[in-house]
Design a protein around this ligand. Structure first.
Ligand SMILES: Cc1cc2nc3c(=O)[nH]c(=O)nc-3n(C[C@H](O)[C@H](O)[C@H](O)COP(=O)(O)OP(=O)(O)OC[C@H]3O[C@@H](n4cnc5c(N)ncnc54)[C@H](O)[C@@H]3O)c2cc1C
Length: 604
């Protein structure tokens, strides 16, 4: 078990909004241990050897290659990083789990998806909810890649509304087995999995139940598959329909208890979401890397295009989204790891500790899923643009990166659902008293009606302006969400566009803060000269965040407030999004781009 640093303050899930985080209290990729760095390097080496050179094969829908690479990943232990040693895993902490997921996912979305579906939603339900017998029987085989896993939740009529599935599980007369009948859709790894986590309804239960279903080609037990789906991207990821026709499984293959399936499904997805964020990072680094090298080589108007301001803008923005995504993902990952360790130190079992912790940090998991899946899309889109016509060609890696990125906004809960979940869960936490939003929201209300404070931060201090701005962005969320809750109460969930706007404010506050804290921590230990570009990235991201917050808050306020109330809130918004010293964004971008092009690679 990796040790917990008890001295630092460990924020609870969702608390980032109302509590200040000190830079020294966050974990950043610069804090990776030697063991983690070794793991990262061996995963990178594996990808460079086994995946990147075979990109063309993956694009030709070579499903067998995906299975082969997954097998090799299993032999090297990469599939069992998160699995305790007693089930033949490596027993590493959550940061290491994220790290492997991050670096193994960068070369093709096909492997990212196969890896994510297998290690996350395919294995975790057994690890977290299975009984000892079930864990002993299945987890070692999954951790080593002897068997592959898949997760069958979605049905033709049950997508986002996941608890509405029609698949049935019926107890046989002798009480010894369940008979499963139904149709599942969009099942990743279906073509080569031996273990399926299947969600089905018993009788007319309100909630579905989880089951472990084995598949053996020689004895299919009523399981049949549809053809491989023809998809926009992730071409070599196997995605099929799965049909269960009187599939008989032992009664002891029920996961957890009857009716607990929806909870299992959702909790597995929480972990899946933050890992999906990680899985979007290396793709951004690689795409940026290719773009930088191309921009240095490509000459137009007798000038390498890297020298043009228009290209510098793109390279700087691409690197910034990757770097901030890293900051936020590893910050949350370490909070999760520390909380798991604390729970275990207090006597909870490994699985209980993990379960409760993932539930606790579900808000951060949704935030990261949305932000990083959209960043990888924008990054690959700009990557295509830097390469011009060549970017549009399937001969360069940009084209497939762009197509592969698109799925991340859809699976593991669409980004719309995750946006609304993030705000909904935060409000629920506040109502249960787990996060005190009421006090801070009231304070913001008083600030709006009071005389504006003339206090200014000491601008000689690094990030004084930026840290003040982060505080103000959080106030915008409290102002908008607080007033919306007051106005609509329980009916707020019917005001989806308002929820989406509030969610964007929340997301930007978390992401921008993570960037600033990472840069601040690194300046303190490496000096500001060495962190010139990181400072620029943190400031550049914040600048965009302020714009987004401004726009989304205006939209939200106008949707429910009128007259004096609206005027007061809009004035507050102006104050809360006002820079005292406007950053020179052009200079920030040039600083970042010049570093990238002089190093001729993604170098952060
Ligand atoms: C390549 C791929 C792999 C997949 N792998 C798996 C897998 O391994 N296992 C598995 O179980 N599933 C898998 N899925 C399914 C995936 O999780 C679903 O596609 C996803 O949850 C969305 O469901 P849906 O496609 O039915 O869309 P819908 O739920 O029909 O949504 C359509 C649109 O409506 C919006 N919407 C839906 N409900 C609401 C609402 N209440 N409020 C506002 N907007 C709403 C959505 O955001 C979306 O924009 C996979 C899908 C794909 C494409």
């Amino acid at each position: 078990m990796e040790t917990t640093e008890n001295k630092k303050e460990l924020l609870r899930g969702g608390q980032f909004l109302v509590k200040e985080t000190k830079a020294e209290d966050i974990f950043t990729p610069e804090d990776f241990t030697e063991e983690q760095k070794m793991m990262r390097d061996s995963v990178k080496e594996f990808v460079d050897r086994e995946i990147w050179p075979k990109k063309e094969e993956f694009e030709k829908k070579n499903y067998a290659l995906t299975e082969e690479v997954m097998g090799k990943a299993g032999e090297l232990g990469f599939l069992g990083v998160a699995v305790p040693e007693k089930y033949d895993g490596l027993g590493m902490g959550f940061v290491s789990t994220m790290l492997v997921c991050d670096y193994i996912s960068g070369a093709t979305g096909s492997i990212a998806t196969a890896f994510g579906a297998h290690t996350g939603i395919g294995t975790l339900p057994i690890l977290l909810y299975g009984n000892e017998e079930q864990r002993k029987k299945y987890v070692p085989k999954l951790a080593t890649g002897e068997w592959f896993g898949a997760y069958c939740l979605t049905e033709p009529g049950a997508g986002s509304d996941a608890n509405s599935g029609k698949t049935k599980a019926e107890l046989t007369e002798d009480g010894k087995s369940y008979k499963i009948n139904g149709q599942k859709m969009w099942i990743s790894n279906a073509g080569f999995a031996s273990v399926f986590i299947v969600f089905a309804r018993i009788q007319d239960d309100k909630n579905i139940t989880g089951f472990i279903v084995e598949y053996d080609k020689e004895n299919p037990n009523g399981i049949t598959f549809g053809e491989e789906e023809k998809k926009l991207g992730i071409h070599a990821s196997s995605t099929r329909q799965v049909f269960f026709n009187d599939t008989v499984i032992p009664a002891e293959n029920m996961l957890s208890e009857r009716g607990n399936g929806f909870k299992i499904a959702m909790n597995a997805l929480n972990v899946g979401r933050i890992k999906l964020a990680a899985a979007s990072l290396e793709a951004q680094r690689r795409v940026t890397d290719v773009a930088v090298k191309y921009a240095n080589d490509r000459v137009q108007f007798k000038t390498p295009i890297a020298k043009f301001g228009a290209i510098k803008l793109k390279l700087a923005e691409m690197a910034t989204s990757a770097w901030v995504g890293e900051a936020a993902s590893y910050r949350a990952a370490k909070n999760i790891e520390d909380r798991i360790n604390l729970r275990q130190e207090a006597g909870e079992s490994h699985s209980d500790a993990e379960l409760k912790t993932f539930e606790e940090y579900a808000i951060e998991c949704s935030i990261l899923k949305v932000a990083c899946s959209e960043d990888v899309q924008n990054c690959s889109d700009e990557g295509i643009q830097v390469l011009g016509g060549m970017g549009f060609s399937a001969d360069t890696p940009m084209e497939s990166a762009w197509r592969d990125a698109r799925i991340a906004r859809i699976y593991e809960g669409t980004n719309e659902i995750n946006r609304m979940l993030a705000v909904g869960m935060l409000i629920k936490k506040a109502m249960k008293g787990h996060v005190d939003l009421l006090g801070p929201a009231q304070a913001v209300g008083e600030e709006l009606t009071g005389i504006p404070s003339m206090d200014k931060p000491d601008f000689n201090e690094l990030f004084a302006e930026e840290k003040d701005m982060i505080k103000k962005l959080k106030k915008v969320f409290l102002m908008v969400a607080g007033s919306a809750v007051q106005k609509f109460g329980q009916d707020l969930e019917e005001h989806q566009q308002l929820l989406l706007a509030a969610s964007d404010i929340l997301i930007e506050a978390y992401m921008a803060e993570s960037g600033i804290l990472r840069a601040e921590k690194n300046v303190k230990r490496f000096g500001d000269d060495a962190q010139k570009e990181q400072i620029a990235m943190a400031k550049l991201y914040l600048y965009h965040a302020v714009d987004t917050v401004n726009q989304k808050a205006k939209e939200g306020i106008a949707s429910f407030a009128e007259g004096d109330e609206q005027r007061m809130m809009l004035m507050g918004l102006k104050r809360f999004t006002k820079y005292d010293r406007m950053p020179n964004v052009v200079e920030l971008r040039n600083t970042i781009a010049e570093k990238l092009t002089s190093e001729n690679k993604y170098c952060f």
